[in-house]
Design a protein around this ligand. Structure first.
Ligand code: B12
Ligand code: SF4
Length: 637
């Protein structure tokens, strides 16, 4: 628990909690150290500190801001209620950045606070998504309001002051709806920030911030465009510099930029230029992980400037390799004919790639998914692949359509973590769909393929020791913990009494016996997997020819690919997509079929025909992304 506090009699207590969610047994998912600090919490915490510094509630009512992230800190509603009462009884608990899968836990926390007479408000993607897409409030949000929980939809940048003022008068409204007006975040005085003690509860020396919000594309499964809009809103380079310097001054120098698509941040270049100046002229050792789309390589300078700006890892929304699925999901900007070229470009500069892959599009079957994974392993020069179950997340067009048609969707929001099947599929039973999600991890991260990934990386100058950590994390989370890698952490904490409402509190002996057995099993598995990856790493490093490694995936993109590569020939949809791109290429005078047009956003076309062989041997970046020796490396930056 971290608080900004000074002495006075009556003090307004603002407690900000980023909630976790429940595991399959109804216990809170919590770690000694969790994956990374929440930017939603950083954003609201910083705005709240700003309000406290401005003495928003007057000189006689100072504000203490206390933040906690439940993924690494136990939340004790009674202790919070006590603290508010001890400080004069005025306060608000804000439950922050609540995703759909976290909503049941958020309500459980709120219920106990409401019973103690404390004012509580819930904000974040679940409530914002529902308000933006549905005609009426869904039952779970109405039930929360019936408990006296106030709901905040939309962004806090222009609405937090009003909330605090109302809360100080004890007059919170049941609903604050800011969905119609998306605030300008360019130069706000309080951009996202969390103190270093907070960052230390997560892995690595990493914090997160959003350099922008919004994405121009229109994927039907996406919530972001309906909550944050399709127009790019972004922080100024000055504001980004402020965030970086604040963190650098407290010893935090790794950053996850949370923009869902940093390549479509309209000001990406000015932001990069500022970061490059900080690195190259002012000597700040800062590094980044970003998220981009599959056409980012077509934006002039984007990849080269990413490298110079200290990007070490990049998340890419690959989603699927069957064009029929991509078209059905309105993900038209994803062109399979661009995938290899884009991945080779990242390889050329030695940046690790993580691709998201969604399972359960309408043409998917267990067999087709396994078949597609083999193609990916053979033909795409990709490092990490992470799997998601296609989920109608509240806030997405998919959810809205099913909701309005009255199609069954699982009412338990705790399952909307993109790992559970929550609706029906035209070609797979629920068991088949869940089964193939579990099986996909093992099918991609086989021993042979782990070695291939390391060999490709070594040949491209990627630091193998950093890669080992990331491969370990992404290949082990599901088999060891049964959780997606983005939800994993170091050492699972389970509190017997922190169980989902409605489930019984277990007696201590069976609970602790199972907990201890679980820990022993996991520690053994983790040690075994780490040793195994180390053996593969040593084998690759000991091979005198390892730098010369070459395979089909690393081979330069060529016209003939479309005749023999399975990626382009495996089915009618793939062949049609190649034909279409061939026609576009002929019209625009571009040589390769891999030269489709950028559909939207920064859309600068037809550039950058380097013909790299993906084997750039840019060994200058060796050891660059090594973590501090005393710090467990982050799987993200
Ligand atoms: C970074 C990120 C993460 C990070 C960190 C989480 C975080 N919140 O920072 C990590 C990696 C941990 C993560 C994990 C997951 N994530 Co995530 N994540 C994001 C991402 C890309 C950015 C979050 C962010 O910083 N947004 C910017 C902030 C400032 O916006 P915000 O959260 O809406 O907060 C603003 C307002 O809502 C409001 N507000 C919020 N709370 C409150 C409270 C009060 C009192 C008030 C007044 C205002 C207020 O003010 C804030 C400032 O303006 C979002 C997409 C997105 N664009 O937001 C997905 C997103 C939130 N994640 C999503 C999902 C599904 C997941 C995972 C389930 C995926 C997985 N299988 O691993 C896990 C679940 C984690 C868990 N439960 O343990 C979904 C949630 C959709 C939904 N309807 O639930 C999103 C929207 C992406 C998507 N696919 O649609 N995620
Ligand atoms: S590219 Fe990503 S952020 Fe943009 S609409 Fe599609 S899923 Fe959403």
């Amino acid at each position: 628990m971290f608080s900004s506090k000074s002495a006075a009699k009556r003090r307004f207590q603002l407690v900000l909690i980023k909630p976790s969610h429940y595991d399959k047994d109804g216990y809170v998912v919590q770690w000694v150290r969790s994956t990374m600090p929440s930017n939603s919490l950083a954003a609201v915490y910083s705005l709240a500190l700003g309000a406290a510094e401005r003495q928003l509630l007057g000189p006689d009512l100072p504000i203490d801001v206390i933040a906690m992230d439940e993924t690494n800190t136990r939340v004790r509603p009674q202790a919070i209620a006590r603290q508010i009462k001890q400080n004069g009884g005025l306060g608000l608990v804000g439950i922050i950045g609540v995703q759909s899968n976290e909503f049941p836990r958020a309500v459980d926390i709120a219920r106990r606070l409401r019973e103690a007479g404390i004012q509580v408000m819930i904000g974040g993607f679940h409530v914002s998504g529902c308000l933006s897409m549905l005609k009426e409030l869904p039952a779970d949000i109405q039930a929360a309001q019936a408990l006296g929980i106030s709901i905040y939809a939309g962004e806090a940048e222009e609405g937090l002051d009003e909330v605090l003022t109302d809360a100080a008068r004890g007059e919170l409204r049941p609903l604050y709806d800011h969905m119609k007006h998306l605030p300008d975040i360019g130069d706000i005085p309080s951009p996202p920030f969390l103190p270093v003690d907070f960052v230390r509860r997560t892995i690595g020396n990493v914090t997160s911030f959003d350099a922008g919000r919004g994405c121009p594309f229109q994927c039907s499964f996406c919530t972001i465009i309906n909550v944050q809009g399709r127009k790019s809103r972004y922080r100024s380079p000055d504001s980004v510099e402020k965030i970086l310097r604040w963190n650098y001054a407290q010893g935090v120098n790794r950053f996850f930029i949370t923009d869902d698509n940093f390549a479509r941040n309209k000001d990406w270049e000015a932001i990069y230029d500022r970061i490059i100046k900080l690195r190259e002229e002012d000597g700040l050792d800062i590094r980044f992980c970003i998220q981009v789309d599959t056409l980012c390589h077509r934006i002039p300078n984007f990849i080269d400037k990413s490298k110079r700006a200290g990007v070490t890892r990049v998340f890419i929304g690959l989603e699927n390799i069957n064009p029929a699925n991509l078209i059905a999901a309105k993900k038209r900007q994803n062109k399979i004919t661009e995938y290899r070229k884009m991945l080779l470009e990242w390889k050329r500069v030695g940046i690790m790639t993580y691709a998201g892959y969604i399972l359960g599009f309408e043409n998917d079957t267990p067999e087709s998914i396994l078949h597609d994974l083999e193609i990916i392993k053979k033909e795409l020069p990709l490092d990490m692949l992470e799997f998601f179950v296609l989920t109608p997340l509240p806030g997405s067009e998919d959810h809205k359509v099913l909701y309005e048609k009255g199609v069954w969707m699982d009412p338990d929001m705790n399952k909307y973590d993109v790992e559970h099947v929550v609706t029906a599929h035209p070609k797979m039973t629920v068991e088949e769909w869940s089964g193939i999600y579990q099986a996909a991890w093992g099918a991609y991260y086989t021993d042979d393929h782990l070695e291939t990934i390391m060999r490709r990386a070594y040949a491209c100058g990627i630091n193998l020791r950093s890669l080992r950590t990331v491969l370990f994390w992404f290949s082990s989370a599901v088999p060891v913990e049964g959780l997606h890698p983005l939800q994993w952490g170091i050492f699972r904490i389970k509190h017997r009494r922190d169980r989902r409402s409605g489930l019984p509190i277990e007696s201590p002996i069976p609970f602790y016996a199972r907990y201890a057995a679980d820990i022993a099993r996991k520690v053994t598995m983790v040690a075994k997997r780490w040793r195994h990856l180390t053996r593969i790493l040593n084998k690759v490093e000991a091979d005198p020819n390892a730098r010369l490694y070459m395979d089909e995936a690393l081979t330069a993109v060529a016209d003939e690919d479309s005749e023999h590569m399975d990626l382009y020939t495996q089915n009618v949809a793939a062949r049609t997509a190649v034909e279409r791109e061939r026609r576009v290429a002929a019209k625009t005078g571009n040589g390769h079929v891999t030269n489709g047009n950028v559909a939207n956003g920064n859309g600068k076309n037809g550039h950058d025909e380097h013909g790299h062989d993906g084997n750039g041997h840019d060994h200058a970046h060796h050891a660059h992304d090594e973590p501090h020796p005393a710090e467990p490396a982050s799987p993200l930056v």
